[in-house]
Write a protein that binds this ligand. Structure first.
Ligand code: KG4
Ligand code: ZN
Length: 404
């Protein structure tokens, strides 16, 4: 089955085309035929975070070029013409809120015939509503014109599924467009109960699955998401958005330096010993702010020490709570998903703790696929498509606060 994945929940405009077969488990295989992603970080960097309406405009401008690119890479962009006269009124209505996208799509249909795809998988939540709507309405319009079904994908399930995949990959980067060349994969062995630690710019949650595609949220953050805390701390240290990778780089530098092995900077481990699976990172962020204010201008050494202590504090809390959940629910497989799962130190610390607890190593995505992409949406969508769990393109809506 050929699935076209579409992702526009935050600040990445992404389209991916995969060929997949088999059921959830050992016989599942996939091949990436085309994968296009445009990151908007350049647009949002001066605001220190994602501006929803700017994200929407960028998605509306770039989603058709990303579709063209993904199809071209797949060798599945048949020249020709798609007669949309019978649907014109309908797609104009679907794209009433994205008139520029309607124009772009019309040009696209004039140039190309229908590609060989069986289904469209699109993120319908959670995320920024104006951004989500672009992808959702785009998928609805394509579905109507091409007459292919749509699967509505929960973005967080996309992150979970991505981490379950054993990916073999070759990558190339042109300007800020990341291209994956010749990726293919199978699934790691997943045993239930499964625990997913989801850590991204918008989420921090521990999710238990007693069976595939069933989710019980054990606990989530009461305030800031962990990625958000990384980004804010980075801002205090004068580092650009998104700050996670920059903090991580400084922390690594601090750990590698002998003089830096001990330092006066100490940060709290919020809620680590509370008897629940909830998190809180706002206080940790404020503690950093106080240290920064009391010591400014910061020396390079203080910056390194803050980054390291912050990453240690976050790791202690995430690892501590994950291990507690493993104990309490007899967890067999741990998956880590979301942008922050790219963090090397968190991966390492969790792997050590799980090994100590006699559990298999955590499943994590390849770092380049930890942050948002459309491949994860195509993969998660496939597992619904095989069960014919389709959405109605007439009524499909974006849901900003969608839960697992
Ligand atoms: O999943 P994602 O791409 O977008 C959301 O759905 O939120 O996650 C983005 C977040 C950002 O906060 C970014 O700073 C963080 O992931 N991030 C990292 C690292 N790479 C990305 N945080 C810590 N360490 C990293 N290496
Ligand atoms: Zn995400």
């Amino acid at each position: 089955m050929r699935v076209l994945g579409i992702e526009t929940s935050c600040d990445e405009t992404a389209v991916s085309l995969i060929e997949a077969s088999g059921d959830f488990g050992a016989d599942f295989t996939f091949r990436v035929l085309g994968n296009a992603l445009l990151s908007q970080t350049g647009t949002h960097v001066r605001y220190g975070g994602v501006v929803p309406n700017l994200a929407r405009n960028e998605h509306a401008k770039n989603i058709v070029p990303m579709l063209e690119r993904a199809l071209e890479e797949a060798g599945s962009r048949p020249e020709g013409h798609t007669d949309i006269s019978a649907y014109d009124e309908k797609i104009r209505n679907i794209l009433a809120r994205e008139p520029e996208l309607y124009v772009n799509l019309k040009v696209f249909f004039e140039k190309y015939a229908k590609p060989a795809i069986d289904c469209i998988a699109v993120t319908y939540g959670p995320g920024l509503p104006p951004a989500l709507w672009v992808g959702v309405n785009f998928a609805r319009a394509l579905s109507v014109v091409w007459n292919v079904p749509v699967v509505a994908v929960n973005h967080m399930e996309g992150h979970i599924v991505m981490s379950m995949m054993q990916v073999s990959t070759r990558q190339q980067e042109h300007s800020n467009i990341l291209e994956n060349v010749g990726m293919f994969g199978t699934m790691y062995k997943i045993e239930f109960p499964l625990l997913s630690l989801l850590i991204s710019g918008g989420h921090t949650e521990l999710v238990l699955s007693k069976e595939w595609q069933k989710y019980e949220i054990l606990g989530a953050t009461r305030d800031d998401a962990v990625g958000e805390a990384f980004d804010k701390v980075a801002r205090f240290l004068g580092l650009p958005y998104p700050g996670g990778p920059h903090i991580s780089r400084l922390a690594e530098k601090a750990r590698a330096s002998i003089e830096m092995t001990s330092h006066w900077i100490k940060l709290p481990r919020p809620m680590l010993h509370d008897d629940n699976f909830e998190f809180s990172f706002a206080g940790l962020k404020t503690a950093v702010r106080k240290i920064v204010d009391a010591n400014s201008p910061l020396t390079e050494e203080t910056k390194l020490a803050i980054a390291r202590e912050f990453e240690d504090a976050v790791s202690d809390v995430l690892v501590g709570k994950t291990i507690r959940a493993c104990d309490e629910y007899g967890v067999q497989t741990v998956v880590v998903g979301g942008g922050v799962s790219a963090n090397k130190h968190i991966r390492l610390r969790l792997a050590e703790a799980l090994a100590e607890a006699g559990l298999p190593r955590p499943l994590v995505p390849p770092p380049a696929l930890a942050t948002d992409n459309a491949l994860m949406i195509a993969l998660a969508g496939y597992f619904h498509a095989v069960k014919k769990e389709f959405a109605n393109p007439e009524t499909l809506e974006a849901k900003g606060d969608l839960r697992l």
